[in-house]
Design a protein around this ligand. Sequence first.
Ligand SMILES: [Zn+2]
Length: 967
Amino acid sequence: MSEIKKSATALAEEEILKLWAKEKTFEKSLANRKGKPYFSFYDGPPFANGLPHFGHSLVTGIKDSMLRYKTMRGYYVPRRNGWDCHGLPVEYDVEKQFGVSGKKQILELGLEKFNGACRDSIFRYKADWEAFLERFGRWSDYDNYYATVDTNYTESVWWILAEIYKKGLLYKSFKSLPYCPRCATPLSNFELNEGYRDNVPDPSVFVTFPLKDDPKTKLLAWTTTPWTLPANAALGIDAKADYAYVKLKEDGSTLILAKARLDVLDLRKSQYQLLKTVKGKDLIGLRYQPLYDINKQQFSKEQLDNAWQVLAEDSVSLEDGTGILHSAPRYGEADLNMGLEHNLPLIESVNSSGHLVWGPKEALGQFFKSADQHIIADLTKQGRIFAAETAQHTYPFCWRCETPLMYFATDTWFIEVTKVKDQMIKTAQEINWTPANIKKGRFGMWLEGARDWAVSRNRYWGAPMPIWVNTEDEKDFMVVGSIAELEKLAGHPVGDDLHRPFIDKVVIKKGAKTYKRVEEVLDCWFESGSMPVAQWHYPFENKAIFDQTFPADFITEAIDQTRLWFYVQHVISTILFNRPAYRQVIVSGFMMAADGQKLSKRLRNYPPVQEVFNDEGADALRLYLLSRPQGTQTADYMRFDRSAMTDIRRNVLDTLNNSFKFFETYAGVDGWQATKIELPDPDNLLDKWLLARLEQTTSLATASADNYKIAHGILPVFELVNDLSNWYIRRSRRRFWKSQNDQDKDQAYATLHYSLVKISQLLAPWAPFISDQLWRELTKSTKAEESVHLSDWPSVNKLDNASLKLLEDMKTVRELVINEGLSQRAAKGIKVRQPLASAKVSLEVENKAGFDQIIAEELNVKEISWVKSIKTVQVDTKITPELKSEGIMRELVRNIQNARKNAGLNVDDRIKLALKSDSKVIQAAIKRFRDTIFAETLTTSELSGEAGYSETVRIEAQEVKISLSKV
Ligand SMILES: [Zn+2]
């Protein structure tokens, strides 16, 4: 076994995980909030029969972070995760496992065996999932999960369906639905939505229908589903549109088609003459010759009389085709409506497993997609094809097994969502969305177009529909709402396992009547949408918890769930309680691979998440994902950009760590220790400024996080970390270096310490590892909580006017004076380390004396004079021999400091030093500034004799040999 290489960051994170487990930090974070306001969160259940992949990281990060944040804000936030266990994905895997496919083979195998295997498979990857979630830092009560497979869960689902039935919103109907012939089940419109593919090649066929009384005149219809042609029962036209009679030169026949679609005749380069134009309504009632025979025994006389005529139809398009719709009532929504309205024969050309059962001999028994070519060939022979070509279409496929779907009319149970649409739109007003436009847009529009929900599935592994039907009269049925009710009706216990085939054996006798269960199971989305209720086995128990947790204060999933899990919850809770199921949603963006493609296991176009954990670490991944507005605030596509993650690790996490190391090192040298965490009251301008920046950042970050805008809760902290390191510490370094301990130094320590503590809190929800590591180090000599995750979020205080002015002044000084001054130096090619005599500054700031020193140091000038005559700053760039000499001294000091580091010395080690150069100018500088050089490099005396370490450097193009020894 090869050893997994882990970075120091990864190892440190794993140490923190161990500490959390040992100290029971999560449990404590709950216990110490008990009695505080309850913050309710619903976990959207993932399927546990597939491995977690990288795409799950974003939404997992949002869940964990937001809940940590709310905990720090003082809420009581219990968390349990859930598992989605039923449905086609599980069945599909088990079919593959047994090497079977389709209804017949499953029934031959036996449902007990089949469903037993489904049950065995559902938690196959649970341990891997939990390992992923835990390593990512997701806190949850993993033992106390809910699972849609549990009997209690199913009983609540039954109760919900029975309630819906009691409200008169459950019905059975023969409807044309998106249907997977391989899975042999209808799908809901939102499942359909999941499986569209672009640019699918499909036949595009123009078929002629000669009029019965005048065979030389033909109606021209168009279809992309030739397999439905043997089921043709009528043609539809737009009654208000213009239709043309055109005479073809090639054979003297006459075609009828919409005037707006005449250019389809170019397909055959046909030359034609326009004979006349009529209104669509004038065509109604025309009779035509059918394509194929019909099995007359199957249909009533009236149906046979109604068949094969032209009818008015609203859904006829004038955008494509010929303006004449071929109608096969069993295979399309509009077709079926036409068929039922005009009592047409519902001819079956393709059966429920997708095979051709009516039509030309060569095509019989073929899968519907393969039957197309045979039907086209046969009709060509009959002279009924005007043109046949291949067109690119958007076509739906089964979201689970990728079989092309068809529309198929079957008996299906529906929830009458259209009847509660207005109510759903009303209850949706109470929901807040991030991003806000989802409310009226993606979600609101979906509600506006709500359809009745097909909830029955002709499948096996799912919650069985609790409907028992009179074997003599299918209109007489009962919907059972609990196990107790069923046992009472059946007169015996029904056992613990409610799955098929056991439940199918439960028969209800009522006098002479016998009731048997319908065969269908429930759509697994009905189950996940029942989660707010069913996770608690409500209303059979846990009434108080349900009341406390419903509706959820917060949920989050990726944008595709807007029309799936978010939607189904909303439907169910509106029907049951006339309330939304949740108050606040963060709709996360969609993770794509770096190349812009979908994340694909096969293409390996993303790093394994474990590799990222072991290298950059979970904090870097979380901060990267969460700080992108397109991932957490605008629900956009987001490409995984590993270099951006590396940048965050370097620019934020490493910078913060180095700032801490700086503090730790010097505080260690000086023996400085914090005994409490208290806002310091320093005198130094830089200290005051840092504390004001901290206050400003806290206020910005808090407001954003409170508004569920995570990226903007994090980005200000990134800026603060940068300011802390690249401005505050850089400008304050000398205050920590100086050898005497005084009040100024003490205040600098207190300010830096306090700021680091608060920064660890501001980062805690988003980067829970490094923040806790820092917190523990920084607070170990205080009485603070043992983990940052047990602490309270920093309080937000309004900045006083003096602080506001200071922030503004510092910004101006940095952006105008210093940037400009430095570029004046750069323009003359003068290094920053070369001291200059003076600079003039023109600016209105509150505290000139304080800024004086900052500007002088930063521009490396000896003197600042405040004037009014210039723009902002004017640096005197003249270098006198004295200044030149001092510049050389600065170079020497810097090189000696480097040499100390290279020699492996500690910052407080004292040394002996020798400097040798042939250059007169450098010798002069050494002689002149000997005391300064010694003081700044902690040199106690001249080194004579053997050096412990030496190196040669170049200063002003001259060699200097530095030799030193530790004292
Ligand atoms: Zn399928």
